[in-house]
Design a protein around this ligand. Structure first.
Ligand code: SAM
Length: 187
């Protein structure tokens, strides 16, 4: 999947994020059910699903692009992992339709929609659960002059970060890779 991502320009999580995801899920034994927003070709989904196999956990993962959805389907089949449910559709509509709750939510899709993804999925987060938001620092553009074409995304990300700090209590922003924000639901 890594090679294919490089050749076909599929944006997948960095090595640092991969290891940090594994670390968090492995050390939080209560994480069983995971929601991923942004499947792409299934790379991060496989990494997370591996960690919850011996907990009988489930991964629900949403992707908007039909071609990527199919590639992910084939990769998941090859992986022989249990408990993976794929959803093809726009997460701004699909999360609201879900009828389950999660211990861990990984947001890794369109940055302009982070607030919507977050608000919809946080409602489904179990107490003690964690939302992990990738690429929150967007190549550092949040703290320096950004190219014109990125202005809207940067504005939206800044607003999103302010919204999180103003409304939630247990928040961390880490400069790992392209920036990670963690929000937990306090028990
Ligand atoms: N998590 C993947 C991994 O590391 O293997 C990478 C995900 S990639 C950065 C972002 C993906 O989100 C893309 O495949 C894109 O098509 C998808 N996406 C963007 N907007 C979306 C939306 N509104 N709903 C669902 N998927 C979306």
């Amino acid at each position: 999947i890594e090679k294919d991502a490089e050749i076909n320009n599929v944006p997948i999580i960095s090595k640092e994020i991969r290891e940090y995801l594994k670390f968090i899920i492995r050390t939080n034994k209560n994480i069983k059910n995971i929601l991923e927003v942004g499947t792409a070709t299934g790379y991060s989904g496989i990494i997370m699903s591996e960690e919850i196999q011996d907990r009988n956990g489930n991964l629900t993962t949403i992707e908007i692009d039909g071609d990527r959805f199919k590639i992910a389907q084939s990769n998941f089949e090859k992986s022989n992992l249990k408990g993976i449910e794929q959803i093809l559709g726009d997460a701004t509509e699909e999360i609201e339709k879900l009828n389950k709750t999660f211990d861990f939510i990984f947001i890794d899709a369109a940055k302009g929609q982070y607030k919507k993804f977050f608000e919809d999925s946080y409602k489904l987060l179990n107490e003690g659960g964690i939302v992990f938001i990738d690429n929150i620092l967007f190549r550092g553009y949040l703290y320096k002059e950004s190219p014109k074409r990125f202005k809207t995304i940067v504005k939206r990300l800044n607003e999103f970060i302010d919204y999180i700090y103003e409304n939630f209590d247990s928040v961390t922003l880490l400069p790992i890779s392209d920036g990670v924000m963690l929000v937990s639901k306090i028990i």
